[in-house]
Design a protein around this ligand. Sequence first.
Ligand code: RB5
Length: 145
Amino acid sequence: MILSIGSDHGGFEMKQELKLRLVSDGHKVLDRGCISPDPVDYPDIAFLVSNDVVSGTAQLGILVCGTGIGMSNAASKVKGITAALCSNSYMSRMARLHNDANILCLGGRVIGSELAWDIINQFLGAEPLMDEKYMRRRSKVDRME
Ligand code: RB5
């Protein structure tokens, strides 16, 4: 899969580790920063990853900040993005199945890297359900933009 990944300083360490694991699993990973633990503004990174997903440059995105909250707020402002902040694997699987989320957000200061890895694999392994009821609900969310 082609994935776009990014973090601010709060998620930098986790992003670096996840990127290596994703690459070694055979994914193509576009790293949109940050490139060091020096402070950056999370919306700048969220914007880059969101654009990759909306343009089709990447199939899905992963954003990491301290809590995951800032990244999910920022990415969800971009038309065409459904960002889901997940702190367990059930949430990330359901974010794909029911919500058709296209960006997964993680809190690098909230969860450990093994849990983050499991959350990612559930997210990447699930496809959105196309039942009429789920599609109707997603359309209603889209119409709120
Ligand atoms: C940075 O200190 C922190 O505020 C940021 O990583 C994130 O948690 C914001 O939501």
